[in-house]
Design a protein around this ligand. Sequence first.
Ligand SMILES: Cc1ncc(COP(=O)(O)O)c(C=O)c1O
Length: 441
Amino acid sequence: MTISDAARDASGLDLASLATAHLTPVLGRYFERSWERGEGHHLYDTDGRAYLDFANGIAVSVLGHHHPAVTAAIHAQVDRMIAPTAAMGFSEPSVRLADLLATTLPDPIDTIFFLNSGSEAIEAALKLARRVTGRPGIVAFTGGFHGRTIGAASITSSNINYRKGYEPLLPSVYLTQYPRVYRDFGGDEERAVRVTLGHLEALFATTIPGESVAAIVIECVQGEGGYIPAPAPFLRGLRAICDRHGILLVADEVQAGFGRTGKMWSFEHAGIVPDVLCTAKAIANGLPLSALATRRELQEAWGKSAHGTTYGGNPVACAAGVAVLQTIIADDLVANAAARGAQLTAALREIAATDERIGDVRGPGLMIGLEFVRDRATREPDGETCEAVIQACADEGLLLISCGTEHNVVRWIAPIDVSAAEVDEALVIFRRVLASVRVQA
Ligand SMILES: Cc1ncc(COP(=O)(O)O)c(C=O)c1O
């Protein structure tokens, strides 16, 4: 039976069961629900139920769904031109987006290479770093997630499923400890910074010399790994180490970029500037697009035709990207993310003060992780309660998703144009769910 036969046979449109015929069984899903449309900050399922969407297709719909300016820009571009490849010449939307993006980037970063996905931007960064420095080594951090292509998976360790059965992965990749201040250091930031920078120095002293390392890749706020910000002193220390050894610092801003953390780029919280920035997800509010950005000299050294793409920087996605950035700037949405993030974090901390199951609530901005534990003293992760709370929230009309190596962290990723009233609405549901969900130990 084909899917279309099944669709004709079905009385209602149950996409979840229809999908079993031909959609891959490989993809994991947070929900077995079927989605029909998105409007503003709500998603609607095929039964017509509305959900306040604080998951945003995993941090993609930074301006919510069907945003009028973005939708209009997409429509206009579709009518004009869809797809010359980048190799055919220039398209107005890609040039305009590069120009606009450059205004948000710190000096001296000013040169953009558009691609299609976060993983592709990371792959490009690894290739650039190796060719430009002539060095083999890549250093990344435990618990990090950088994508599913072989290069990106080689520097990913947030879950064994991203690596299992794919060895041998990229050679000359070294993982070192990320400063998980709450989970590994019981909240002692100073010790977390000292110990983890010490591990990196030890790596250079024992395993690979700093002068053989091309790049250090980091999420300044770990995403899949548990919404964990690296302390500013750690990032400043990392920058200094890179400078000392001539290593390129690659900031993976695929999830944390685009204003979500209350700054346009998450590395800004530490006052550092990376050598290479990779971003994706929010860049076109849902259309496939990513970007690698560096100072011009680095991409000149990378060399003509050292890398390429068929779809990267396609005009429709770039037109959407221009509308996204124009809206973020015109509506001062980075400031809104900071303000609404402060509102949400304060309220979640108030909830945590009287709920022993919550071990930690951490920002920055609207990239908030709330961590469930079985025991506050041991910090033993409680993925079961996290999952039960998330599914109950969905039943109550609030979409949240989990993250963390132990799947015990609720990630709050509201769109950055969320209102104070919507934050309050989500909190009402969350409180109600916490009061009703009790997982037996
Ligand atoms: C920090 C980070 N880097 C890279 C990626 C990979 O992006 P993509 O799924 O678009 O390949 C993701 C995706 O979740 C991510 O969160």
